[in-house]
Each structure stands twice: as C-alpha cells, then as structure tokens.
Write a protein that binds this ligand. Structure first.
Ligand code: FES
Length: 68
C-alpha cells in the first residue's frame, strides 16, 4: 500500500528502510526516502509505518534542528 503518493513510496519500502539502515532516527529515514517532501499529507501515516516497523527497538526522538 502506498504511504506517499507524491514520491511513490510504499509501506513495505519504509519497513525495508528501517531494517536496512543504521539510523534509528525516523526523520532521517523519511528524509532519505523523500517521504513528505512534496505535499506533506503523508507524514503522519509514514511515521505510523515507521513505528510499526520498529516496534521492538524504539527510535531516538531527538531534535536535530538546533545543532549548535
Ligand atoms: S503524499 Fe507524500 S509528499 Fe505528498
């Protein structure tokens, strides 16, 4: 099932990205896939897919916007 129509990203692709990347930061994973970079309406569903895929290993939810 498509999560991000604009970029053509499926739930399966998000789950595969979670298991194949060394990142535990959901923002990095979504950014790498391009999810939410166009209209942005998919972000909530994409985060749910990420959390489902990563249910046994919690993400490190840190704010990377202030890197000073
Ligand atoms: S549906 Fe994902 S950016 Fe538009």
């Amino acid at each position: 099932m498509y999560v991000c129509i604009c970029k053509g990203i499926t739930e399966k692709q998000i789950q595969e990205a979670v298991t194949s990347r060394n990142s535990n930061n959901p923002k990095e994973i979504l950014k790498a896939l391009g999810v939410g970079s166009d209209c942005g309406t998919c972000v909530e569903d994409a985060v749910k897919s990420l959390l489902d895929a990563h249910a046994h290993a919690p993400f490190e939810m840190k704010d990377t916007s202030n890197n000073t």
